[in-house]
Design a protein around this ligand. Structure first.
Ligand code: GN1
Ligand code: MG
Length: 338
């Protein structure tokens, strides 16, 4: 579809238009739009994965509403509706949305310092603290996202097919199989409903925090995966993202785990939540950190074996490199914890 037509659904007719892709995320396509009336973010939502894009927009509105009326010290990113006041522009099976662009903001793909890791996770801590003050039920956008029994089944299903890729990934497959007992406790905790059901972000990685030019966190972005679930997922995913010294597809660096950032993330995460979290949550933080890295390795490897149907890739072995990266990170974390 013509980009100008899409932009004009939201902004009306524009005279000058420049559209630049922003490489942030493996699922949706994101663009910076510049017009005579200012800058905006345009996104094409991947509807193969987000089958109900309206639900993610509704959730976004709900979360913004709560944050905006609760004395939240950071900014919320506003949704820009279409001229006919819809939260999405949907045509030919495509779903497009527009978001406010926060001037002078920037993101990091990995934390450039321990201070940045602390700053980002402290910002998330406030975000959780505020949204946990109300009983919010969000629309389900990604069924079974944190159902790890299903993640393991999907992995085993991908293994059933004998492919060239299976031989290429032999070492990584063996690692995952040797550690299959890791998710068991999580599955048990989920089945027994022992963990508090909270509102979680489910993708709190460093690139989903906007910073200003003085390295202060100004906003939590990408609310697509927000859901009801255990906050242990988010803690684990923060560790996964913020303790990784290498790029997520760097498969050859064996010592990519950053122990100082581990401490900083825990401090940042607990900053506003110390008195909110229950003993069972506090007891399982280190466990969740290992498990979420493991599950991300499972997810990348499953996608590699399925010939890259979920995560976007730029080269053939990228999902395998991502898997290796997670496995190396997990090994580093386990050495540190033991
Ligand atoms: C995906 O597309 P992005 O970068 O926002 C994925 C996350 C993974 C992440 C790994 C809906 O997020 O769960 O942790 O890649 N999102 C979805 O970088 O699967
Ligand atoms: Mg995301």
């Amino acid at each position: 579809m013509d980009a100008k037509i899409i932009v004009e659904q939201f902004l009306g007719s524009v005279e000058t238009l420049s559209i630049t892709p922003i490489e942030n995320g493996l699922i949706n396509h994101t663009f910076l739009v510049e017009t005579e009336n200012g800058k905006f973010i345009l996104q094409q939502v991947n509807t193969l994965i987000f089958k109900n894009p309206t639900a993610i927009q509704n959730n976004h509105m709900k979360i913004n509403g709560i944050l905006d009326r609760s004395g939240y010290s950071k900014k919320t990113v506003k949704i820009i509706p279409t001229l006919s006041n819809h939260l999405l522009f949907e045509k030919n099976n495509e779903a497009w949305r527009m978001l406010e662009y926060l001037e002078d903001s920037m993101t990091f793909l990995k934390p450039s310092s321990t201070e940045i890791a602390f700053e980002a996770t402290k910002c998330l801590s406030e975000f959780y603290k505020i949204i946990s003050q109300e009983q919010i039920i969000l629309e389900e956008t990604l069924p079974d996202f944190i159902n790890f029994e299903k993640r393991v089944i999907d992995f085993k299903t991908s293994l059933v097919r004998e492919t060239e890729r299976k031989r290429t990934a032999e070492k990584e497959i063996n690692f995952i199989l040797e550690h299959l007992s890791l998710p068991e406790k999580w599955i048990e905790l989920q089945n027994q409903k022992s963990l508090p059901n909270r509102v979680i972000h489910a993708d709190p990685k460093i690139s989903n925090i906007l910073f200003d030019q003085d390295n202060k966190a100004i906003a939590v972005i990408d609310l697509d995966t927000m859901m009801n679930g255990t906050i242990l997922y988010d803690f684990g995913d923060m560790i996964r993202s913020y303790t990784n010294n290498s790029d997520e597809d760097e498969g050859s660096v064996s010592d990519n785990f950053n122990a100082e950032n581990y401490v900083a993330v825990k401090d940042g995460f607990l900053f506003y939540l110390k008195d909110t979290l229950t003993p069972i949550e506090l007891e399982n933080l280190d466990y969740a950190a290992q498990l979420i890295i493991y599950i991300q390795a499972v997810r990348f490897l499953t996608d590699f074996l399925n010939h890259d149907i979920y995560y976007s890739v730029k080269y053939d072995l990228q999902n395998l490199d991502r898997t290796k990266n997670q496995i190396n990170l997990l090994k580093g974390l386990q050495l540190f914890l033991n």
